[in-house]
Design a binder for this molecule. Structure first.
Ligand code: HEC
Ligand code: HEC
Length: 218
């Protein structure tokens, strides 16, 4: 709890908690964009993220349904600005306007977080992932993931995204993207310092653990 409060204090100090879109987003326009794309040659979001926004584990396309609108919006900006790699998303966001961003983020945020069918991981790996998620690894100064990502990894506001019910392939790819510098958009390098200290095995274990958690509380 102390770590969580510290995280939130850091986030508040960085001004990131004061986001909150001022413009009223048009969810129906966002749905049109998600389903049909932004005109000729533009791929609809659903062609990769799925008709329900559940993503695709094998392809590494993330689940985006049910995530906070301001988090999604920040990621779209990060792809456009290049602070986040992702060669597939870059040309997609290049075609979109600011109001497209807001509408499509509001649309995906309005959907229910789907339960993904995570493969049942090896129990030893799952137990290691749970230990790190809940207790951290203080020998290596890795704080518990849930101290920032909330109980069960279900997210805290728009700053600490839900990682429960996210695909393991995507979670591990993001942790590696922080390690190799492709993703640099996190406020105050909060996530970079965590990822940098993780071993390959710790990445695999936490990814398996969070993929197996339900995205919403019972
Ligand atoms: C051709 C496949 C493809 C299409 C089409 C596509 N995406 Fe993506 N999307 C991806 C991939 C792959 C990633 C992960 C990239 C990375 O490594 O950062 C991603 C990541 C994202 C993320 C970051 C999610 C997170 O949890 O941080 C958002 C937000 C997103 N996409 C929104 C959209 C929206 C909105 C559209 C439609 C306008 C769209 N995507 C269309 C493949 C696609
Ligand atoms: C000190 C706070 C903090 C801790 C501890 C933390 N995270 Fe994060 N994490 C963040 C923040 C902040 C973001 C969002 C970064 C951004 O805005 O792009 C994030 C994002 C992520 C993402 C990307 C989610 C997405 O949708 O793209 C993954 C995966 C992730 N964290 C996994 C973990 C794991 C696994 C652990 C534990 C080993 C962990 N985090 C511990 C703060 C933290």
């Amino acid at each position: 709890m102390r770590v969580l409060i510290r995280c939130l204090t850091i986030a508040a100090a960085a001004g990131v908690l004061a986001s909150g879109s001022s413009v009223a987003a048009d969810i129906e326009a966002g749905r049109q964009l998600a389903m049909h794309g932004a005109g000729e040659g533009s791929l609809p979001c659903m062609s990769c993220h799925g008709p329900d926004g559940a993503g695709n584990a094998a392809a590494g396309f993330p689940r985006i349904a049910g995530m906070e609108a301001d988090y999604l919006l920040r990621q779209l900006h990060a792809y456009r600005e290049g602070t986040r790699g992702g060669p597939i998303m870059k040309p997609i966001v290049a075609n979109l306007s600011e109001s497209d961003f807001e509408n499509v983020a509001a649309y995906y945020a309005s959907l229910k977080a789907p339960d993904i069918a995570a493969p049942t991981p090896d129990p030893a790996l799952l137990a290691e992932g749970e230990w790190l998620a809940v207790n951290g690894n203080w020998d290596n100064e890795i704080p518990p993931c849930v101290s920032c990502h909330g109980p069960g990894g279900r997210g805290v506001g728009a700053e600490f995204p839900a990682i429960a019910g996210q695909h393991a392939s995507y979670i591990s790819a993001q942790l590696k993207a922080w390690q190799n510098g492709e993703r640099q958009n996190d406020p105050q390098n909060l996530m970079k310092v965590v990822a940098e200290r993780m071993s390959e095995r710790e990445i695999e274990a936490t990814a398996a653990y969070f993929a197996a958690q339900r995205p919403t509380a019972e």
